[in-house]
Design a protein around this ligand. Sequence first.
Ligand code: FES
Ligand SMILES: [Fe+2]
Length: 422
Amino acid sequence: MTTVQAIHFPAPPGQASASLRAALAQCRPGHALPRAFYTDPALFAFDMHHFVTAHWHCVGHTSMLAAPGDFFTAELAGESFILVRGDDGAVRALLNVCRHRGARLCDQSQGHAHQGRFVCPYHAWTYDSAGELQTARLSEPDFRTADFPLKQARVHIEEGMIFITLAQQPLGLAHVQEAFAASARVYGWRTAKVAARKTYQMQANWKLVEENYQECYHCGPAHQEYAKRHTYARTEAQREGADTAMRERNAALGIALRDTDFYFRKAQPGQESADSIRSAMVDGVVSGSRDGLGVAPLMGDFKGRGYDGGSSFIDVGPTSNFVAYPDYTLLYRTIPQTVDRTAFELIWLVDSAAQEGVDYQLDALTWLWDHTSQEDRHIIETNQRGVNSVFFEPGPYNPMETYARQYSEWYLEALRAALSPA
Ligand code: FES
Ligand SMILES: [Fe+2]
């Protein structure tokens, strides 16, 4: 029986509350967040303790851990975790910190643990794939290895997607299950495999990354290729005809896809948020690709049914975003690192039977979102450089930024709740 030493992210120092109160006092409804939320390390500590680590985060897909001993490492809130499948078949998230003197246990981004063991590169303490310390070289006779298991984050798997949380009282997953059943299940994620992974490093606060992801006001000027393919780059009024056609196509296909819905404001207390938005693509476009045509074999329920001209955007909690086409899915992870450093990782999933070079070409598969993400990195870093100005005064969100505004309000609500007495 594994001893789970759960992790609790440390609380920010007491004096950080004063910085947060001052920043909250500057917030104006309907406006972007004040500068301190993107620049103050004390507020970053609040973000991590009261918001980010209170939620669930998708770190990868079960196909990355096909056999016992398979592992990959994932970062969250400046911490590193080893996601590993144990000999018992269970997936665990082990804190990548040796229980001796704290060395980083595993430096590889993915691999297979030799004989199911992780050996610390410093003094060779050796752990099994359940995180139990097996041997500690030359220790005193009364040394008890059982007292030094690796710490662990909690793990949940939904439709093949692996989520972890550091919350003391994890949020429930009813909304996530509902959104996945309504929108994600038809894409066949359970039987998907990872075709590509790419990480984009940015000199920017993590909230600028997520706010940017949540709005498509910038898509017209910043993403010409994306905007040629997705009607989401248009206003709601401009999109209406296309979305009506999408609904009719869904009904004809008998696919129970949820209409536009938004849960950031609707999540029941104690439940993780999840939303799913179904959106038509531009006429003649069936996938996120160079020529608008499919780039990989159809997945899930789309096999035998064909393309339907739509794509789905599914969000879970504050950092996990999914974009699904009938032939591939993209997991888009925002990874907060420090107050002014964030990464996002893109993971492309295709049907597990699809063969690279035969059924799909990597370059064709990754082209649109690699291109779009490089553009995003540029505009997000540009955003941070401007926000760094002491003269920055937050302007109003545009109607096309409704989701970004709701995201900020959701975040502020959590911080306000953290300050108010229980
Ligand atoms: S720090 Fe890992 S064995 Fe010493
Ligand atoms: Fe973008």
